[in-house]
Write a new protein. Structure first.
Length: 566
């Protein structure tokens, strides 16, 4: 553990000196002797007992041997451990503030603040000697609690010659930097915010004793001790442990480890003890093959289920299915209506049935909130115009950037208080953001309230050239019934530019496009309407309008004007 503990501390911003190796004679040589392409994997189970909770790190690590030489071995690592925390149940002891029991002494921890790569899936390239010395490592797989790099944990230092017992004894100098901005691997010391350095000496001793051997394994008792004495007001760390490390003599790789540690942290007059259990074991090739086969089976099942669901979602309703859906939606049975809306919400049709969509849309006004909510969810997949409206409503809540509509607000463009628009703020450059008209100012500027999650967070007077109209499809919560009402809030348009009559919603034959406008004229199969949003006249062929609009025009044409002059 000498190597991986030291590497952890170095990755945490600490530097060390070097150590030595002493031993007694043993009758068999130990060394890492691998073949190119050789693979081996381990399953880890690490447990840390903190005050009030237990933190676990579980997962698998995988190694593939690359280049092999007489003095060094290169191996590629892939893997990572998943962190989980379980709170301990409170005991019957006296409780502190809020009834949660006596609060433990709060010691700032260097083990929870940095982002530790070992808690995610990552890769490393490791170069080690046949005796287990780390020559080089590209990448990090660091774990908290002085556990080191998970990719290096299996590889213990081995004696250069035959030994029954050996000791890894190192004297180290630890340089602790408190300035996290200059620390490549994140802050190790949380005990101050200054830019000072402190150098402390520490020692680490790992003792190995061969306890038992068999045809293919050697069991070795492993005893660990690391001590960093306290200096001045700095924190000190003492870590001791004992357990069993097993070496595979057939494949010349580590087989398993079962260690119990005790980490003691001293800060000022407070001492905290953290028990730690570290276990890993070799995963056999057969088990790996079974795991891979099971993963493939689940992936295939998931892909097949997804394909079936996609096909069902994209399949149009048959005549019987349509009739059943329409009957269920108008049945008045709340549970049945919600259930059918849930089924329809799963549809992803290229050309949704307009009759079904119309019935779903009618349920948006239901007094039953469950039905109205289910109808809204279903209509997202049955009406492109509704989906667009919902998307626009979300975008115009702010504070994100909105795509430019290009609908320039000119001096004659009518605006009204409460209208949702998009505008540019000087401090945000050319980005367009959601805003609400608050005041039409005498100098021609417009006071806008810029929105954040639907609420005005800042207000400023904006030139009209920095304002654009929102799309017609956006529902305007404060929209007046006619442009003449809007014009009262804006003295800029002339009387001649005001459209006459009441505004109404016009839609095309597909129902996808709608606009608020006032009828202007009808001639040669073309109707001219004045758009409410920008006061512009649009000619539209009658054949492209919805049936309701065509009926409206027929009624206008058939009506006799009693005020007409013969």
């Amino acid at each position: 553990m000498r190597t991986h503990l030291f590497v952890l501390l170095m990755l945490a911003g600490l530097s060390f000196g070097s150590g030595g190796l002493s031993a007694k004679v043993y009758g068999q040589s130990l060394q890492y002797d691998w073949q190119t392409g050789q693979k081996f994997s381990y399953r880890f189970d690490i447990s840390v007992e903190s005050v009030g909770s237990t933190t676990s790190y579980k997962g698998m690590t995988h190694y593939t041997v690359g280049a092999v030489g007489p003095d060094q071995l290169k191996v590629n690592y892939k893997g990572g451990l998943q962190e989980s925390t379980k709170r301990k149940s409170s005991s019957g002891r006296s409780r502190g503030f809020g009834g949660f029991g006596p609060m433990p002494p709060r010691i700032p921890s260097p083990f929870s603040r940095p982002t530790f790569a070992g808690k995610t899936q990552t890769t490393n390239k490791i170069t080690i000697s046949p005796q287990g010395s780390v020559i080089a490592m590209e990448g990090s797989s660091q774990l908290p609690y002085l556990l080191g790099n998970v990719s290096l944990i299996p590889f213990e230092p081995l004696p250069a010659s035959e030994r029954q017992e050996w000791v890894s004894d190192s004297g180290v100098a630890i340089t602790e930097k408190s300035d996290s901005s200059r620390n490549r691997f994140g802050p190790f010391s949380p005990f101050g915010n200054d830019d000072k350095e402190s150098v402390q000496s520490a020692s680490e001793v790992i003792r190995y004793r061969v306890r038992e051997k068999s045809n293919n394994q050697i069991k070795i008792t492993r005893t660990y001790a690391m001590k960093m004495p306290k200096s001045s007001d700095d924190a000190s760390f003492d870590m001791t442990g004992t357990g069993t490390w097993v070496y595979d003599t057939t494949e010349h790789i580590p087989h398993s480890l079962d260690m119990d540690y005790k980490l003691i942290i001293t800060k000022g007059g407070t001492t905290t003890t953290v028990p730690i259990s570290v276990k890993y074991t070799r995963v056999s090739p057969e088990e790996l093959a079974n795991i891979a086969a099971e993963a493939k089976r689940k992936a295939d099942e998931k892909a097949q289920a997804a394909a079936l669901a996609k096909a069902a979602a994209e399949a149009p309703l048959t005549a019987d299915e349509k009739n059943m859906a329409l009957s269920a939606l108008v049945s008045g049975d709340t549970k049945g209506v919600v259930a059918k809306l849930g089924e329809l919400a799963k549809k992803k049709l290229a050309d949704p049935d307009p009759e079904v969509a119309a019935v779903i849309e009618s349920l948006l006004a239901s007094e039953d909130k469950g039905i109205a909510k289910a109808a809204s969810s279903a209509l997202m997949n049955w009406s492109a115009s509704y989906r667009l409206k919902k998307s626009l409503a979300k975008a115009y809540q702010g504070p994100g950037v909105i795509k430019s509509t290009g609908r320039v607000v000119e001096s004659i463009t009518p605006l009204y208080v409460g209208q949702l628009v998009q505008a540019q703020q000087p401090r945000y450059g050319s980005f367009w953001r959601a805003a609400k008209v608050e005041e039409l100012m005498p100098d021609g500027k417009v006071k806008l309230g810029f929105l954040t999650w639907g609420k005005v967070r800042s207000s400023s007077a904006v030139d009209r050239r920095n304002i654009q109209l929102a799309p017609d499809e956006l529902d305007q919560p404060a929209k007046p019934k006619s442009v003449s009402i809007a014009a009262k809030s804006n003295a800029l348009p002339s009387a001649a530019s005001k459209p006459a009559g009441e505004a109404r919603t016009w839609s095309d034959a597909t129902g996808r496009f709608k606009v608020e406008a006032v009828f202007v004229s009808l001639k040669d199969g073309t109707v001219s309407i004045r758009r409410m949003s920008d006061n512009r006249v649009i000619p539209i062929p009658i054949a492209k309008l919805s049936q309701a609009d065509q009926t409206y025009l027929q009624q206008l044409e058939a009506a006799e004007n009693p005020f007409a002059i013969p």
